[in-house]
Ligand binder design. Structure first.
Ligand SMILES: [Zn+2]
Ligand SMILES: [Zn+2]
Length: 135
């Protein structure tokens, strides 16, 4: 599936060819902190299928619990998270689904690191809903 994506301010744009079956949620505590949200949603794109069109992301290298290092790419202007990949040999990119134009079609197929998932995250039905900003 061809997708197009970009950051909030528009400096960074990209396109990719992805398999929608690789959309996954990550509940790890690093993703919670780095995304500033309850969990993060990613989709895989191989190196040959990911193309940065404009802009240059800033890279933050995080060290995971396992000792693995991951390059976290984000827009230096607006802070939007764009992807994660290997800092030394990028073969696969984990694209941040929230930056993809077609994100409504990208329903997650798996959830990882459920041991640190927030208890309330699987059922939001008790949270009062508003079509726009709650008044
Ligand atoms: Zn930006
Ligand atoms: Zn994670």
């Amino acid at each position: 599936m061809k997708i197009q994506g970009g950051c909030h301010c528009g400096a960074i744009t990209y396109e990719a060819d992805i398999d929608p079956n690789t959309v996954s949620i990550c509940h790890c505590t690093d993703c919670q902190t780095l995304s500033g949200s309850a969990y993060r949603t990613n989709v895989r794109a191989t190196k040959d299928n990911f193309k940065l069109l404009t802009g240059q992301p800033k890279i933050y290298i995080k060290t995971a619990e396992s000792g693995n290092k991951r390059a976290q790419a984000f827009c230096p202007e607006c802070g939007s998270a764009i992807y994660a990949t290997s800092p030394t040999d990028p073969q696969v990119y984990g694209l941040r689904v929230g930056t993809i134009r077609q994100r409504a079609e990208l329903q997650p197929k798996t959830q990882g690191w459920c041991r640190s998932a927030l208890d309330w995250v699987q059922d939001l039905s008790s949270a009062k809903q508003f079509p726009k900003q709650p008044s």
